[in-house]
Write a protein that binds this ligand. Sequence first.
Ligand SMILES: Nc1nc2c(ncn2[C@@H]2O[C@H](COP(=O)(O)OP(=O)(O)O)[C@@H](O)[C@H]2O)c(=O)[nH]1
Ligand SMILES: [Mg+2]
Length: 323
Amino acid sequence: VARRLDLDQLEAGIRAADRAALARGITLVESARPGDLDLAQELIERLLPATGQARRVGISGPPGVGKSSFIEALGKRLVAAGHRLAVLAIDPSSTVSGGSILGDKARMTDLAREEAAFIRPSPSATSLGGVARRTREASLLCEAAGYDTILIETVGVGQSEVAVADMVDSFCVLAQPASGDELQGIKRGILELADLVVVHKADGDLLSRARITAQEMISAFRYARPRPGGWRPRALLVSSLKGEGFEDFLRALDEHRAGLMTDGSLDELRREQRRRWLWTEIRELLAERFSADPVLRERLAEAEEAVSAGTRSVTAAARALLA
Ligand SMILES: Nc1nc2c(ncn2[C@@H]2O[C@H](COP(=O)(O)OP(=O)(O)O)[C@@H](O)[C@H]2O)c(=O)[nH]1
Ligand SMILES: [Mg+2]
């Protein structure tokens, strides 16, 4: 009964945009304690009707490209324009270290002080799936608390980038000014996922290389398949150091979103994301069951032995375990 009362309070607090309540709600969602799981899910279901209005933006890029500096500069502009901004992060290394490195409030000192900005570092979990689920759910709570812009930051390495791209409306990749072979590497990573490429640090000695990099991206995008809403990805020059390029960036972001909204693409995109999330969740939960149940774990070890020794058919072993 006491916990139910807590939940009422938590729900009311979040709906009233109380930061402390939001932080407590996210902690509940991140909790791995069995009793908390049910409560967290009940909280989310209660709040679902209050979600979905925000603009969801992913920000990715390699370490050192300037994500924190960019988000700080962008965030301050958004807040000045009257937006309420939540910054969340998915840091794959937090699955290993158990710490939360990204979304570093330390580098976003001014933004962190803003009443209209809420910054939450990456949750830690045993799997990327676990980190991704917690960030997805945290973003729903932020939306219910009235944040109209959700920025989700991640390091541009493989799976975590894909995970973030699959939970946002617009996916932005930050790239370093580059040349030669570096360019090829950057293009490979970017072309599939990015709606917008920010060639960052476009200032000083790096400016001319930044221009070339942006040109390369633009010509590469000519051959990319069109995105939902008929969008063609763009490359823009930004310097967080000099505070340049943000108007263009925000305009492009608005245009991307407007395109998605005119023909119902945004709705369809989000439906599809939720369907995929369901399947991710099913796979994740199944895997959790296997490692949590002592009997299954033993049979799993036997099956692994048998299939690796080649004495048992993989399909037969998998079917037997599932049965
Ligand atoms: N020249 C230049 N350097 C920048 C800019 N933005 C960030 N940096 C520098 O790049 C480094 C990495 O920045 P940081 O925001 O921590 O990158 P992150 O690891 O992607 O979060 C720092 O030394 C920043 O001072 C910029 O717009 N221009
Ligand atoms: Mg950073």
